[in-house]
Design a protein around this ligand. Structure first.
Ligand SMILES: Cc1ncc(COP(=O)(O)O)c(C=O)c1O
Length: 384
């Protein structure tokens, strides 16, 4: 189906942070498949883990057990322990993970408080997925045309507005779902002070605090979870994208409060947590959870931001983000810029009409950063 505005490049191979098209032309990749290829392309540890697992057991029903899936789940929970996660349900995508979060919130509340407290607050400008429920959770009107009726019970609050949150938590709301850095709407980090106050408020009112870390998680911002930097206890975290380095995966993790909310028969997923995606996930975790590796993500992100700031370019209006999740507002429309970048050998995305979005693989080298940025600068220079 014709659901994508596809760009004129056909890729057949990749290596690190470079990809090759069918004509043999190599490109620097500042996109990582929208934050998916966390370890870049053809990473030897990831490729070996996938090949080895494929040679043994790709899939087994969740009615049985798998050491690989169990080990992945344990390692993932350990990686998220800092914010209080204690268990996980494995699925296949970000939207599916968020569906799981919504089910946890709804059931947690109905069991404890009965009906009438099923609403979930999200933020204006958020993006939570493309299923009917996660579209309903998405706080952007443009996603709310043509596909209704949507799942009922979502409300959209202005980001960083504690007063609006206080007013909204009127006894009908069971959860607050937020991206620590809004990705699709332009790489917009939440204020730490707001999150801290929101966490206290949610705790007081027994409203679940849920972070959608589908784009910002798995080391992307230089900590394993972006919400770690807020120093708050979280009830639910969702992950996907970079978690298995390109093999489809999704995860909804729960903290102490709601770890037993979903019981036998409440939820399921045929492919969820299959040994292939679990083996890939274990390979990613074995690298991405290391402190030195995470520090490098911050260093590389800072390098990108400081280089662009140093251009003092008339096209560059604002630079935002953390680690290797960066948004740059420009004067011009972003789409023609990224098309020209593509023709010159650079893959870069937009997030909103005038924002360039940088989500490179974590393994990107300084030389590749320099090459990609030189291409981008030449394109921006051409607009002067
Ligand atoms: C924050 C966030 N949540 C959810 C999703 C949906 O993930 P998926 O496309 O894997 O369903 C995305 C995808 O861009 C996302 O950025």
């Amino acid at each position: 189906m014709n659901t994508y505005h596809r760009l004129p490049a056909r890729f057949c191979e990749g290596n690190g942070s470079k990809v090759k098209d069918i004509n043999g032309k190599w490109y620097v990749d500042f996109t990582a498949g929208i934050a998916v290829n966390s370890l870049g392309h053809a990473h030897p540890v990831l490729a070996k883990a996938i090949a080895d697992q494929a040679g043994k057991l790709i899939h087994v029903s969740n009615y049985f057990q798998s050491d690989t899936a169990q080990a992945f789940a344990s390692e993932l929970v350990a990686a998220c322990a800092k914010v209080g996660m204690v268990n996980v349900f494995l699925g296949n995508s970000g939207a599916e993970a968020n569906e799981g979060a919504v089910k946890i919130a709804r059931k947690y509340s109905i069991k404890k408080y009965g009906p009438g407290r099923h609403r979930i607050a999200t933020l204006q400008g958020s993006f939570h997925g493309r299923t009917i429920t996660t579209l309903a959770a998405t706080g952007q009107d443009r996603f709310h045309v043509d596909f209704g009726p949507f799942t009922e019970g979502f409300l959209y609050l202005p980001p960083n507005d504690l007063g609006a949150l206080e007013k909204a938590l009127d006894g009908t709301v069971c959860a607050l779902l937020m991206e620590p850095i809004q990705g699709e709407s332009g790489i917009r980090p939440l204020d730490a002070a707001f999150v801290k106050a929101a966490a206290e408020l949610c705790d007081r009112k027994d409203v679940l605090l849920m972070f959608d870390e589908v784009q910002s998680g798995v080391g992307r911002t230089g900590t394993f979870l972006a919400c770690e930097r807020f120093g708050v206890k979280v009830d639910v975290v969702t992950l996907a994208k970079g978690l298995s380095g390109g093999v489809p995966v999704g995860a909804v993790l729960a903290g102490e409060k709601c770890k037993d909310t979903l019981g036998v028969g409440d939820h399921g997923s045929t492919f969820g947590g299959n040994p292939l995606s679990a083996a890939a996930g274990r390979a990613v975790l074995s690298i991405v959870t290391k402190d030195d590796f995470l520090k490098e993500i911050i260093r590389k992100g800072d390098k990108i931001k400081s280089t662009i700031a140093g251009w003092k370019h008339s096209q560059v209006k604002e630079i935002r983000g953390q680690g290797l999740m960066i948004g740059v507002d420009i004067e011009a429309d972003a789409w023609p810029v990224l098309e020209t970048c593509l023709s010159k050998g650079l893959l870069i995305l937009s997030a909103g009409p005038k924002t360039l979005r940088f989500l490179p693989p974590y393994v990107i080298t300084d030389a590749e950063i320099a090459e990609g940025l030189a291409t981008l600068k030449s394109v921006l220079d051409g607009l002067k």
